[in-house]
Design a protein. Sequence first.
Length: 69
Amino acid sequence: MSIAETPDRIIRINTVLDRTGLSRSTLYRKVHDGTFPKQIKLSDRCAGWHESAVIAWMNNPMVYRVEDY
């Protein structure tokens, strides 16, 4: 199975913070501003991010906009 065929994973906040180097408050501010991918609700008190969306942000964080993804 190639990378293109790999299913998109859901990653949780601690993984997102580790990969991006952002603080929790900066992450949520960027989500609110539309400059970081929105999280998806997994349950009442649980959310995650599509790994591919986080990677897209990491590839070019200065110009990323939610509508771009």
